[in-house]
Design a protein around this ligand. Structure first.
Ligand code: SF4
Length: 354
């Protein structure tokens, strides 16, 4: 299995600007609910205070550090306001305690004129919200842009030397598994530096909430969402594109159900995806075995033990039941390469699976 993570993971300090610069509300979105922030960009003093709080958690060896403007459409914001936000973040770069700035933005606002505003500021990374590469799905979701605009935005940002990430969603209205996989393929063909994959969930006070209540929208189940994101993850990995996030960031409001009506939310969604990949690998190894097994030992790198076991040992229970195994042991071995699985059945020799 190829590497799971991007080689250099920055320490990201988020600054939420809920719906700032958004021309309208996309059907699945309620940033106020997700970020628990007011619908207005924070003041400069608030931004600086929040950044300083995050910096307290910085480990001395953790580099690079980036300030990220998330939750809105950064390049759709009024020019003076963009400059205010960039200046607030840049002061930390000038102090030498932050390395760069990143933000998320819609593809249709990523234009040459808007990129000029960034000149002279230490912006290194732009995340483009594609969500889907199917124009019918985009229209149904009231995105207000086309797949072609996403492709143009990616090309432009890359040509200007920015690190480029693409955000996509699964389970959108009007989409299906084949369409989502097609979106993944088209995104991979754009060669972004990384992707984020978010399952659509039904958030209170979003247009999707009305559709859900009227029975006009049915979200993916958690297991279907995990399975679909797993396919995308493997596809991106095969294209050497890092997947830096799978699933919504866990928050107390999402967990307690106050804003989440339905949909494939799980605080450890990404872990569920990786665990299912590990389970599939072992199934591939075991499915040629016909007889019941007494003892199976799975050896993995110590940092992958939880992925091998699955959440609440689900992988262990699944494998035991499916293959009639009496006992499964998962052991950590620091000498095992990352993402390799060594398997020993009863007295049979070790099999390795990369
Ligand atoms: S999805 Fe992005 S562009 Fe659409 S409303 Fe939410 S923050 Fe704004």
């Amino acid at each position: 299995m190829p590497p799971v993570d991007s080689p250099v993971k920055p320490f990201i300090i988020p600054v939420f600007i809920p719906h700032a610069g958004c021309p309208h509300q996309c059907v699945f979105c309620n940033q106020q609910a997700i970020t628990r922030s007011a619908i207005q960009a924070p003041s400069t003093a608030q931004i600086k205070a929040s950044i300083r709080t995050y910096l307290n958690y910085l480990k001395p060896d953790r580099k690079p550090v980036q300030i990220a403007f998330f939750g809105g459409n950064f390049l759709g914001i009024d020019r003076r306001e963009i400059l205010r936000l960039l200046n607030a973040a840049t002061s930390f770069v000038h102090e030498g305690i932050v390395d760069g700035i990143r933000f998320s933005t819609r593809p249709d606002t990523l234009t040459k004129d808007q990129l000029e505003i960034l000149q002279g500021f230490p912006v290194s990374t732009i995340e483009i919200g594609a969500q889907s590469m199917n124009d019918a799905v985009l229209a149904l979701c009231r995105r207000g842009h086309s797949a072609r605009q996403t492709a143009c935005a990616v090309h432009l940002a890359k040509a200007c030397g920015y690190e480029v990430g693409i955000q996509m969603m699964v389970g959108l209205p009007g989409d299906d598994d084949a369409g989502t996989i097609s979106t993944g393929r088209q995104i991979a063909a754009l060669y972004p530096d990384f992707v984020r994959i978010y399952p659509a969930v039904v958030l209170e006070h979003s247009p999707l909430a009305n559709w859900y209540r009227k029975g006009q929208y049915v979200p993916l189940s958690l297991s279907a969402g995990v399975s679909l994101v797993k396919k995308l993850y493997l596809m991106f990995q095969n294209s050497n594109i890092a997947v830096i996030r799978m699933g919504l960031q866990a928050t107390a409001d999402l967990a307690n159900g106050s804003i989440l009506l339905a949909g494939p939310y799980h605080p450890a969604f990404g872990h569920l995806v990786i665990a299912e990949i590990y389970r599939d690998r072992v199934v591939e190894l075991l499915k040629t075995s016909t007889s019941a097994m007494e003892e199976v030992t799975l050896r993995v790198n110590p940092k992958r033990i939880s992925a091998m076991r699955g959440l609440k040992n689900e992988n262990i229970h699944y494998l035991k039941n499916r293959f009639h195994i009496r006992h499964i042991t998962v052991t950590g071995d620091p000498l095992m390469p990352d993402h390799h699985i060594a398997l020993m059945m009863d007295s049979e020799a070790v099999r390795l699976m990369p």
